[in-house]
Design a binder for this molecule. Sequence first.
Ligand SMILES: Nc1ncnc2c1ncn2[C@@H]1O[C@H](COP(=O)(O)OP(=O)(O)OP(=O)(O)O)[C@@H](O)[C@H]1O
Ligand SMILES: [Mg+2]
Length: 225
Amino acid sequence: MAIRGSVETSLAELAVRVRRRTEGHSGRFLLGIAGPPGAGKSTLARGVRDELNLAAGAGIAEVVPMDGFHLTVEQLREAGILDRKGEPDTFDAAGYTRLLRTVRDAAVGETVAWPAYDREIHDPVPGGVIVDRQRIIITEGNYLLLDEDGWSGVFPLLDEAWYLDVPRPVIEQRLLRRHIRGGRTPDAARNKIARSDMRNAALVEGTRMRADVVLRKAGRGYRID
Ligand SMILES: Nc1ncnc2c1ncn2[C@@H]1O[C@H](COP(=O)(O)OP(=O)(O)OP(=O)(O)O)[C@@H](O)[C@H]1O
Ligand SMILES: [Mg+2]
């Protein structure tokens, strides 16, 4: 196991860390992964889940994304805030908190349907994730550690919180690529990043100190700071 701050930690090692933390834990274990837009949260969450399931030889872990609680494009358009999509009040934070609590408290084996987010249609998809027998639930998103705007109920539900830290220039590059791939012109993409994404990133960066673990990408793995 990697020593804090020293060497690169692989996904498999991170999964071992999670497994150890769940030992002796009764009921479901909730791991939260927070971080700014484009940090790689979804990628990390899926990677840890897959390593946990591979090592166990069974489906013991699942990812439930905060992104599933985006308000729909129609709702945002009606409210006149479609251009602010991605900001804290463009999500159903209360619904997210409620379903997270439901998942935590539900008996293992009981089915709970969780909404996924479809990047093609830019809207949530009801029941995109099914939680039933998994004992380790990984939830990931920007605002998990936020202590304002209706988000403060999330943090107390988490058994462990990670923060994925990525330098601003890396995030900007990734978001630029994503926005252009999504159909924006380079100018429109840069405008969206400057006006909206980086403001959200600054808000999220202010929550980093609440995390139990801060991770940074290092080589093929991550470094724990
Ligand atoms: N460890 C990594 N090394 C290199 N690229 C990565 C890494 N993790 C993620 N990426 C890339 O960065 C981009 C963003 O990753 P991802 O979608 O996981 O981020 P996110 O934090 O979930 O973003 P969002 O906040 O928008 O949901 C993707 O193109 C992904 O391939
Ligand atoms: Mg994501």
